[in-house]
Design a protein around this ligand. Structure first.
Ligand code: LHQ
Length: 262
């Protein structure tokens, strides 16, 4: 059986490709565990300095595999809270806590938890033909995989509610105009652009980029005073790094820096 997540390292970039294309890369347990293992590898291996997440085939991810719990088969009412606690929430937490950039290349439709998985990544590029669908309302569920948290923060309550209550598809270009994602790119340029971005980030000052991610994420729950204190503390840490030294020396020597990620 094909691997449900393809894992490939190219230089400092760990590429994770959701790989159940005949189901538009909907999540089953195996794919959950494989994605988590890939993210844990990214966290644990110093040689991984950026992650590129994408999907195989014509979709990015259609959320949970709805065939896994066919209500027509009877049995107990499924506890979806357990599914979130065991599978989605650890993955979402891993992405947010990973102190390395995570680039997402949304190659096609991103629906339900699949849309929200993309939104959890640090820089999201989407193919112009891709759509984002907060599909939950169509089946009587609430947004999960961090969507109810990310949507109002990224695009405000009015747009977040409209997307989640109507489950209307949002075109990639509108998603970019609204600030839901970084940008929409031509379909045939998506992967090359995402790869180039991930490679550039992987050659960057990883420690400083990781601290930057931590800082920006903390702003959501900080007031200005707390954020200024945190900037002071993290800048102290960044300023003691080898990459800071290299960055300044390279600037003074008018050459490109060679960051080692430390
Ligand atoms: C699928 C799926 C799918 C299985 C396409 N499952 N097969 C968390 C906790 C626990 C449980 C519940 O959920 C959650 C979070 C969630 O993610 S809930 C939201 C789940 N996702 C959805 O409701 C989206 C369902 N899919 C769709 O609405 C459409 O497939 C979209 C709009 C994504 C794409 O439409 P089309 O481009 O027209 O493709 P299609 O519908 O023809 O799909 C292609 C194939 O993929 C098809 O199979 P088939 O054998 O007929 O070729 C679909 O059945 C299959 N597929 N999504 N989630």
């Amino acid at each position: 059986m094909a691997e449900s997540v393809l894992v490939a390292q190219e230089g400092g970039v760990l590429r994770l490709t959701l790989n159940r294309p005949d189901r538009l890369n909907a999540f089953n347990e195996e794919m959950h565990l494989a994605l988590r293992a890939g993210l844990e590898r990214a966290r644990d291996e110093a040689g991984v300095r950026a992650v590129l997440l994408t999907g195989a085939g014509r979709g990015f991810c259609a959320g949970q595999d709805l065939g896994d719990r066919d209500p027509r088969k009877g049995g107990d009412i499924p506890d979806l809270g357990v599914t979130l606690e065991r599978f989605y929430n650890p993955t979402l937490r891993l992405i947010r806590a990973l102190e390395k950039p995570v680039v997402c290349a949304v190659n096609g439709v991103a629906a339900g938890a699949g849309a929200n998985l993309a939104l959890a990544c640090d820089i999201v590029l989407a193919a112009r033909s891709a759509r984002f669908i907060e599909a939950f309302a169509k089946i009587g569920l609430v947004p999960d995989a961090g969507g109810s948290w990310a949507l109002p923060r990224l695009i405000g309550e009015a747009r977040a509610k409209a997307l989640a209550l109507t489950a209307e598809p949002l075109a990639a270009e509108t998603a970019a105009d609204w600030g839901l994602i970084w940008k929409a790119v031509e379909d045939d340029a998506l992967i090359a652009e995402a790869e180039a971005l991930a490679a550039r980030l992987a050659a960057g000052p990883t420690l400083g980029l990781g601290l930057t991610k931590r800082l920006i994420q903390a702003a959501a729950t900080h007031d200005l005073d707390a954020q200024l204190d945190m900037e002071r503390d993290l800048q102290r840490q960044a300023g003691a790094s080898a990459d800071y030294r290299e960055g300044v020396v390279a600037f003074l020597e008018k050459r490109a820096p060679e960051f080692r990620g430390q």
